[in-house]
Write a protein that binds this ligand. Structure first.
Ligand SMILES: [Zn+2]
Length: 120
């Protein structure tokens, strides 16, 4: 269960950035997941919802933006992609390519409810 441990890591990162008393104010946790990162986005979102259920983070929703796999070819200087995540140019089949995106998995933003109530 690769996605389950990833979801646990995300929860830990939220705890590092958000004060304990504000955890219930967390709404959206925005992440980017590369198409060829080996992470199943649906499985990750499900794992996250299971972990935060019945915790102060139960308002939090994992938002996953999928990033397409892209390589830059050093031979024909073109960007291309392939569904296999292989470091090969789609135009000239050269393997002299650099991976631009599609293998990452990062948290980009933690959104919170606005604090409208004040302690009296
Ligand atoms: Zn090429």
């Amino acid at each position: 269960m690769h996605e389950l441990s990833l979801a646990q890591n995300i929860v830990e990162i939220i705890h590092q950035h958000v004060h304990e008393n504000d955890l219930h104010n967390v709404t959206n946790v925005k992440t980017v997941v590369g198409e060829c990162s080996g992470v199943a986005a649906e499985s990750l979102a499900f794992s996250f919802s299971v972990i935060v259920n019945n915790t102060p983070l139960n308002n939090a929703n994992l938002v996953i933006q999928k990033i397409p796999f892209e390589v830059y070819c050093n031979v024909c200087k073109k960007k291309s992609s392939n569904e296999f995540g292989m470091n090969v140019c789609s135009f000239c089949a050269s393997t002299n390519c650099e991976i631009l995106s599609g293998t990452e998995m990062n948290i980009v933003e933690i959104e919170m409810f606005e604090q409208t109530k004040k302690n009296v």
